[in-house]
Design a protein around this ligand. Structure first.
Ligand SMILES: Nc1ncnc2c1ncn2[C@@H]1O[C@H](COP(=O)(O)OP(=O)(O)OP(=O)(O)O)[C@@H](O)[C@H]1O
Ligand SMILES: [Mg+2]
Length: 370
């Protein structure tokens, strides 16, 4: 190992320059990997993924911009996520393009074809937008600074503009990914009737802030009210990605990961994916973890019937299937009918409900006859 690498690491650490610490440590991990010290390299990398929030603990609070009145930080450095992201293939490709464009920025600049590195993620709640922002930061090997714009609109709108400015003054020195979560909170239509003048000032401050960043700044924004966003804000985001509900393939991966810890032995995830078309990643995570908690208390038996009920209830409670909201447990006959509507056959239904094939055929017959 080149001693210069260790010296660089120690220097960066003593200067509390975390992006530099990460860079130096990653360089060391790479050398370790090349030298066949895979275990050490992996341990170092996972350490780098975990420890993203030491700023406050290290007493470097004064570095973070704070709210004019409350003195609370306006920006938070967040850890890189541990949960993998599962998204539809086109979204996956769009993110890969964005990351690759960011990595090749210098070359693009030399040729005069660089673009502003700002991506807008839109889509329903719980589809993984915030998670994705973390993955973009980790792929770019940059710290993730999160600004929750709704918390930044604090007391007086006049102070809000000051807060927005403080955030954009802070970011350029950080070689970071700036994540503007819930950007619609300030970026609502400028002709919103209430508080018209003030709000307009805030939106303009955000726009000025975005324009003030240099080319190498990476900005990710997220919204689940894309229609509320001012067109002038949209224009600042050359990369735009709509994260829709997960498709069947992605749902299968989500079930497999959250319910079976990636170890679904029997293709149950595939069947669950078929019957959960309107669920988000967050829904699938919630139902899976609830089932696993119960499983731990129930002698390790997973009740797929309960999972199925939870799926059907989640869907009906949102009115997707046009039925009245129901919370109680469904009986097997009702479930069999639901599952049949999704095109499942008797053996698949038997697997989900934990009954024999004969039983499931009988359930279907009974369901058919009312
Ligand atoms: N596509 C996904 N892949 C993996 N996990 C997901 C996905 N979508 C949601 N999750 C799980 O649900 C959690 C919540 O998702 P997340 O906060 O990223 O959604 P969001 O789109 O930002 O929602 P909101 O609009 O409410 O902020 C994630 O931390 C993750 O555990
Ligand atoms: Mg979010």
């Amino acid at each position: 190992m080149d001693p210069k690498k260790i010296i660089e690491l120690v220097e960066a650490a003593l200067a509390a320059d975390y992006p530099r610490v990460r860079k130096a440590a990653n360089a060391i991990a790479r050398v370790m990997g090349d030298d066949g010290q895979e275990e050490g390299a992996t341990a170092l990398r996972s350490l780098l993924r975990k420890k993203g929030v030491p700023l406050r603990a290290s007493g470097h609070m004064e570095q973070l911009p704070v709210d004019v009145k409350s003195r609370l930080p306006l920006v938070e450095e967040q850890e890189w996520p541990v949960t993998p992201i599962f998204i539809n293939e086109p979204a996956h490709m769009a993110i890969a393009d964005f990351v690759s464009d960011a990595q090749n920025l210098e070359e693009f600049s030399r040729n005069g074809i660089a673009s502003r590195l700002a991506i807008m993620l839109s889509g329903p709640p719980g589809t993984g937008k915030s998670l994705l922002a973390g993955h973009i930061a980790s792929q770019l090997n940059r710290p993730l600074y999160v600004v929750r714009l709704d918390s930044l609109i604090s007391s007086l709108l006049g102070d809000t503009a000051k807060n927005v400015r403080a955030v954009f003054d802070f970011i350029p020195t950080k070689n970071a990914v700036l994540f503007l979560d819930e950007i619609d909170a300030v970026a609502k239509f400028r002709d919103d009737r209430q508080e018209l003048g003030e709000l307009k000032r805030v939106v303009n401050t955000v726009i000025q802030g975005l324009d003030s960043l240099d080319d190498s700044a990476v900005v990710v924004a997220a919204t689940n009210h894309s229609q509320l966003l001012d067109p002038a804000i949209w224009r600042r985001f050359p990369y735009q990605l709509e994260i829709g509900l997960p498709n069947e393939t992605v749902r299968e991966a989500l079930w497999n990961y959250f319910l079976f810890g990636d170890k679904d032995p029997e293709g149950v995830s595939k069947i669950l994916a078929v019957i959960s078309p309107n669920l988000t990643g967050a829904d699938i995570e919630r139902i899976s973890l609830a089932a696993r908690r119960r499983m731990l208390l129930n002698k390790n038996e997973l009740h797929l019937g309960e999972v199925t009920t939870a799926i059907i209830n989640a869907r009906t409670s949102e009115g997707h299937t046009g039925e009245r909201r129901r919370q109680g447990a469904l009986d097997n006959k009702e479930m069999a009918r639901h599952l049949q509507q999704h095109g499942l056959n008797a053996p698949q239904i038997a697997k989900l409900l934990g009954v024999s094939r004969q039983w499931s055929l009988r359930l279907l017959n009974e369901a058919d006859n009312g």
